[in-house]
Design a binder for this molecule. Structure first.
Ligand SMILES: Nc1nc2c(ncn2[C@@H]2O[C@H](COP(=O)(O)OP(=O)(O)OP(=O)(O)O)[C@@H](O)[C@H]2O)c(=O)[nH]1
Ligand SMILES: [Mg+2]
Length: 329
């Protein structure tokens, strides 16, 4: 962002979002994802303006290794959902883009139909993200889409370890995609990631890959059998589908919607969202406190670093000398 927005401009922007104006939506997401601390007052005011203005959205996180077929599947899922009368927003979050230069930015082209459909909104988000990192930024972007009246928000993220945790912290359901490869590839997925999943789906179950996909599905089922399901759940369902042929896509959607219905029919969804809000608050606050204290301790830190460099102090006492420079509580 460049110039700060006035109160009226923020209220206008919020109105634009609620009325479904796409430019306002894009602008609002840019504001809430800003990593610049100077944008915090505007960001906060805008988010408060947009609080509880939309219908409750179904939030689904979709992750999996690079190239597993996330975008292609989202294009299919999105088009089926739209055919069923839903409005669909897709947030493609690339936690690695700061390093790689943002490969995901090409994703709009991998969702050619959704990207231009009036009932869809596709938004690639590069890294940066501000207070609270990906979790807080994506949660805020989800909130904006909700205010804009989207029924379903799909959050695509490349599986790189911590990104799956982040996406599961801002969505109601977490779908983990797996390639048709089994064996070694299966060994490669971290147990923690599997345990986060509400549903697993093997992708590319078509043509020559169908036998491998069927095998991978069986292997994943037995691997999940040995794991603890989420509290109060039976075993995590493992399906397979092809975004190319559409086989299994309807079943995948039905399964996800049924799971979501179960969540929202009980108090589980409300509880989950409350604890997610508390967590996002904590993340943003911790990050803010850290930044402010870094400002306050800059000189003491420099001095301690030099002392340590010259071997005149130990790491622990260097840290203590910095902490001691802060006002006592
Ligand atoms: N056979 C087959 N190929 C597929 C299917 N879905 C995707 N692919 C191919 O797999 C490749 C990767 O697909 P993407 O949808 O871009 O995968 P992604 O997981 O979004 O990739 P990143 O965002 O780069 O991590 C492309 O070449 C697709 O054409 C499918 O259902 N069947
Ligand atoms: Mg993709």
């Amino acid at each position: 962002m460049t110039a700060p927005l006035s109160r009226t401009a923020i209220a206008d922007l919020a109105r634009g979002v609620r009325e479904g104006d796409r430019r306002s939506l894009a602008r609002a997401i840019t504001v809430v994802e800003s990593s610049n601390d100077r944008d915090l007052p505007v960001k906060s005011e805008l988010l408060d303006e947009l609080l509880h203005t939309g219908r409750p959205t179904i939030r689904i996180g979709i992750s999996g290794t690079p190239g597993v077929g996330k975008s292609t599947l989202i294009e299919r899922l999105g088009m089926v959902l739209i055919a069923n009368g839903k409005r669909v927003a897709v947030l493609a979050v690339d936690p690695t883009s700061a390093r790689t230069g943002g490969s995901i930015l090409g994703d709009k082209t991998r969702m050619p139909q959704l990207a231009v459909h009036p009932d869809a909104y596709v938004r690639p988000s590069a890294a940066g993200f501000g207070l609270g990192g990906i979790t807080a930024a994506t949660a805020s972007a989800v909130q904006v889409c909700e205010a804009a009246g989207y029924d379903i928000v799909l959050v695509e993220t490349v599986g790189v370890g911590q990104s799956e945790t982040a996406v599961s912290e801002v969505t109601d359901l977490f779908l983990l995609l797996h390639s048709p490869g089994g064996g070694d590839e299966l060994q490669g997925i971290k147990r923690g990631v599997m345990e986060l999943a509400d549903r697993v789906c093997v992708t590319k179950a078509d043509g020559d890959l169908l036998p491998a996909a069927t095998l991978a599905q069986a292997e994943l089922r037995s691997a999940l059998h040995l794991m603890r399901p989420k509290p109060g759940r039976e075993m995590t369902p493992v399906g397979m589908c092809s975004a190319a042929t559409g086989d299994g896509v309807e079943e995948l959607i039905d399964g996800l919607l049924a799971q979501h219905h179960t969540l929202s029919a009980s108090s589980e969804l409300a509880t989950l969202r409350r604890s997610q809000s508390q967590l996002q608050f904590r993340r943003a606050l911790d990050a803010g406190l850290l930044r402010r204290s870094e400002g306050l301790t800059r000189e003491a830190t420099e001095r301690a670093r030099t002392e340590l460099e010259h071997g005149r102090t130990s790491p622990v006492s260097a840290a203590w000398s910095v902490l001691n420079s802060l006002p006592q509580v």
